[in-house]
Each structure stands twice: as structure tokens, then as C-alpha cells.
Design a protein around this ligand. Structure first.
Ligand SMILES: Cc1cc2nc3c(=O)[nH]c(=O)nc-3n(C[C@H](O)[C@H](O)[C@H](O)COP(=O)(O)OP(=O)(O)OC[C@H]3O[C@@H](n4cnc5c(N)ncnc54)[C@H](O)[C@@H]3O)c2cc1C
Length: 443
């Protein structure tokens, strides 16, 4: 069996490692544009901020390691065409310019995503940068050495992490977002208010409700960001306004969502019998609504990549879907969320009720005890739990992984009150705050 894999970061690397082990007789060829595999973008802000000093730690595999598994690695090869009828692909060797043609029995599409770059005047100026891969991380570090005023456009988790990194490095930082608050896709206002207050207290300028209209520069270098509300001086701009799936190669050839995310079945198979897909190039099954959603996360990518390997020969293990569970550490605050927030529920026209618990994470008799805020949202009719958010200076973020399981298994808010959780004064209260959330929703 000839398997061609396009893209080898998280989904691709997971698929390749597992396929090489499961099917030693298969002829696996990987096409990857970059000169590296498995870059952990999640460490990008820590690398830029100098918390991670050795960039080698940001890779967990290498072309050589995959080659040792018997895989043919075509690094710095850009796949330019896929003929799904003939089952062939066409690529260019980016080093020599040579054209490469190949045929496949099964194709694994793990081409991921690319940062959205809106058609804003001046976006091509020097020092307007993107933050996704290893080369871009190095460019940001290099350019930041000579920058004093840094503007981050986009207040999602990547933008917010970069804001912290630049502020800690002593830069004058502005965060621009068209929405009225940061992190609005992950957390409700009572949570994001805390992060915004912290940012403002540290001298970070929050330019919310502002849309970038133009970048202006001198001698080709960015100097100003003009928005609908005003002007922000900047000698470095990082664009973090979201991601779009990299799926042009299969446009019109397999079923996709409107944004181009490939639809796969529970076995990661696309609408083409011989093409499997995983990771950021795909839509995922979103359990809180039961529909398809685009949630580009490394966690989804490694799970889906592993499932491709398990299912590519015969359907074996089904994907259980996702709640879009994610966590974040910003300065002294630890936060995490899973499933729907009230904001995202209302954007999706889903009616939810919510309960909020505020308590200390462990008994007050302990030498220290931090405040915890947890909110749980549920369907008022079926009473099924649909989402949860938590924030605290204590690291109680694992509670959100517990809530993710509750959503996935269809637990009701009433059952949540009586789930068996341990108590030990170092860690929590006799009534765990998760139980308390369930109890306080009692009818
Ligand atoms: C700054 C940052 C921080 C993040 N933090 C987190 C986090 O904390 N937690 C989390 O879960 N997720 C995080 N993510 C998201 C996570 O990085 C992505 O979800 C993950 O990288 C997706 O992996 P993937 O393999 O599907 O796609 P990608 O990482 O996009 O990789 C796709 C690969 O395909 C290659 N490719 C594409 N097209 C072609 C072609 N035509 N020919 C050859 N090769 C091609 C690309 O070069 C690339 O290597 C973060 C992302 C960023 C940018």
C-alpha cells in the first residue's frame, strides 16, 4: 500500500509515526514544505519571551527520526496539485525547483492552517509579522530586539500570550481587537474582565472595539497602525486574527465547511474513499451542539492524526468528538474552558442556563487559599452540561478536563452535584467547587 502524507507538524507526525508502526509493509512518503517537523507552536510565546531558551525542546520529532521508521521524507517539498481521479500528486522541491510526481493508494491530508491575513493596506510592510511556525518565531525574536513599541492585532489566546511576553520583555505594548473584549471565544466577560484589568494595571494599552484600517511606514518599515478610532505608534506588529484551513488543494474534490475545513467521518475519512484528513485542515465534531465546528488545536490534531493511522486500513476506532477544551496561563492567572460559554451559546443560538461558584480553592485554615471562580452552563430542558470555565491564581485548570469528560458523556448538572471527588485540605474543599456548581443548580 502506498500512502502519501501532506504536511508533518502535529496531525501529520502522529499519523506517520503510528502508521509506520502499525503497517511496516506500507510505503509511506511524507511531503513537507518546511525543513522541520513537529514544531510546538504552543511554545512560541514562551520562546519569544525567553522562558524557553533551547528551541530544540519545541520539537518532539525530526525528519531523521521518521526516516528511521522506514518513512520516505520529502522535506522542503510543496505539494501543488492532487488528482483525486488518478490518485496522483505533483510537488516541487523547494531547494532545487525540480518537479516531483507520485501516486498513492491512500492520501493523508494534514496540511493544517495558516494565519488569516486580511487585505489591509500596508500589511506587507516590514515588521508586520505572523506567528505560526518556527521560522516566524525566530523572525519575531530577531525583530523584537530592535523594537520598542509592539502592537498585537487580535486578542485570542495567541495574541494575549504574546502581549504578556512582550510586556515582560519591557516593550510598550498595544493590543487591538475589533471585539469589545479579549478572549471572547473562550471565556465570558466576568472572566476576561479580570485579565483585562491585570493588563491595564501593567500599562498595556487595550484598543478594543477598534478595527485596523491601515498600516503606515517609513522606508518600508511599519511605524503606525491606523484604526477606525485612532492611531497607535508601532515598530513591530504581530497579526493574530485567526486561522483558516489550508485546503485549496482539495477544493471541490471533497466535502468541506464554508470556511474550507474538510469534513471527515468518525474514522477520519473524507468524502473521497481514499483520502483521510486530520488536524487544523479539518472540521471537528463539536459535542455540545452535535454539529461540525472549526476548532484548530494541537490536541485535536494529535488525536485525529492517531485515528487516521488506526482507521486507514479498516474502520477500527471512532472519534469521540471534542468540546474545544483549552487552558491559558497569563501572569498570575490560570484559566481554562470547555464547551459553550454564554457568549458562544448565544452566537450559536443555543439557549443555556449557567451557575457560578466563587470560593477559595482550599479551606481558609490553610496558610494560603486562592479565590476560584467557576461557571457551568447547561441546557435548561435536558439539564445536560454544555460548558464550563474556571479562573484562579491557584492552578485548578484540571477541573476543566473533568468538565470536558462530563460534557462528552452527557452528564446532567444535577448528577454533577454528587460525583465522587476526593477531599484533602492541601488541594480542595470538602465540597469540591465542581460539586458545588451542580448543587447550586438544583431546581
Ligand atoms: C502561537 C500558537 C500557539 C498555539 N498554542 C496552542 C496550545 O497551547 N494548545 C493547543 O492545543 N494548540 C495550540 N495552537 C494550535 C496548534 O499549533 C495547531 O492546532 C496545530 O499546529 C495543528 O497541527 P496540524 O498538524 O493540524 O497543522 P499545522 O501545524 O498547520 O501543520 C501543517 C503542516 O502542513 C504543511 N503543509 C501545508 N500545506 C502543504 C503543502 N501543500 N505541501 C507540503 N506541506 C504542506 C505545513 O508546512 C505544516 O508543517 C497554537 C498555535 C499557534 C500558532
Amino acid at each position: 500500500m502506498k500512502i502519501a502524507v501532506i504536511g508533518s507538524t502535529h496531525a501529520g507526525t502522529a499519523a506517520v509515526k503510528n502508521m509506520a508502526e502499525l503497517y511496516p509493509e506500507a510505503e509511506i512518503t511524507v511531503y513537507e514544505r518546511n525543513d522541520n517537523v513537529s514544531f510546538l507552536s504552543c511554545g512560541l510565546a514562551l520562546y519569544v519571551g525567553g522562558v524557553v531558551n533551547d528551541p530544540q525542546g519545541l520539537f518532539y520529532s525530526s525528519p531523521e527520526a521518521l526516516q528511521e521508521l522506514g518513512v520516505t521524507m520529502k522535506m522542503q517539498h510543496d505539494v501543488e496539485n492532487i488528482d483525486t481521479e488518478e490518485q496522483t500528486i505533483e510537488a516541487t522541491n523547494l531547494v532545487t525547483g525540480e518537479k516531483v510526481y507520485d501516486a498513492y493508494d491512500k492520501l493523508v491530508m494534514t496540511t493544517g492552517s495558516w494565519p488569516v491575513t486580511p487585505p489591509i493596506e500596508g500589511i506587507d510592510l516590514e515588521n508586520v509579522l505572523l506567528a505560526k511556525n518556527y521560522n516566524q518565531a525566530n523572525t519575531i525574536i530577531e525583530r523584537a530586539k530592535h523594537a520598542e513599541k509592539v502592537t498585537v492585532v487580535g486578542g485570542g489566546y495567541i495574541g494575549v500570550e504574546l502581549v504578556e511576553a512582550f510586556e515582560k520583555a519591557g516593550k510598550e505594548v498595544t493590543l487591538i481587537d475589533g471585539a469589545d473584549r479579549i478572549l471572547n471565544k473562550y471565556l465570558d466577560p466576568e472572566f476576561t474582565d479580570m485579565v483585562e484589568e491585570d493588563f491595564r494595571n501593567r500599562g498595556i494599552t487595550l484598543a478594543l472595539n477598534e478595527t485596523v484600517k491601515r498600516f503606515e511606514g517609513i522606508d518600508g518599515q511599519v511605524k503606525r497602525v491606523l484604526t477606525n478610532e485612532g492611531t497607535h505608534d508601532a515598530d513591530l506588529v504581530i497579526m493574530c486574527v485567526g486561522f483558516r484551513p489550508n485546503t485549496d488543494l482539495l477544493k471541490g474534490k471533497v466535502d468541506m465547511l464554508e470556511n474550507g475545513a474538510i469534513k471527515v467521518d468518525a474514522y477520519m475519512k473524507t468524502s473521497d474513499e481514499n483520502i483521510y484528513a486530520a488536524g487544523d485542515c479539518c472540521a471537528v465534531k463539536y459535542n455540545p451542539t452535535g454539529g461540525h465546528a472549526y476548532i484548530p488545536l494541537a490536541t485535536n490534531a494529535v488525536r485525529m492524526g492517531t485515528l487516521v493511522a488506526r482507521n486507514i486500513v479498516r474502520p477500527t476506532i471512532q472519534y469521540v468528538g471534542t468540546q474545544g477544551t483549552s487552558g491559558l496561563h497569563i501572569y498570575d492567572l490560570n484559566m481554562a474552558s470547555t464547551g459553550l460559554t454564554e457568549t458562544s451559546a448565544s452566537m450559536m443560538d443555543v439557549h443555556v442556563k449557567s451557575v457560578t461558584i466563587e470560593d477559595t480553592h482550599r479551606p481558609a485554615f490553610m496558610p494560603t487559599a486562592e479565590q476560584v471562580k467557576m461557571k457551568v452552563s447547561y441546557d435548561p430542558d435536558s439539564r445536560r452540561i454544555l460548558g464550563a470555565q474556571v479562573i484562579s491564581q491557584a492552578d485548578v485548570t484540571q477541573s476543566i478536563n473533568t468538565m470536558s469528560v462530563c460534557i462528552q458523556t452527557g452528564m446532567t448538572i444535577d448528577e454533577l452535584g454528587f460525583v465522587d471527588f476526593f477531599f484533602q485540605p492541601h488541594f480542595n474543599q470538602p465540597w469540591n467547587f465542581i460539586n458545588q456548581a451542580g448543587l447550586s443548580a438544583a431546581q
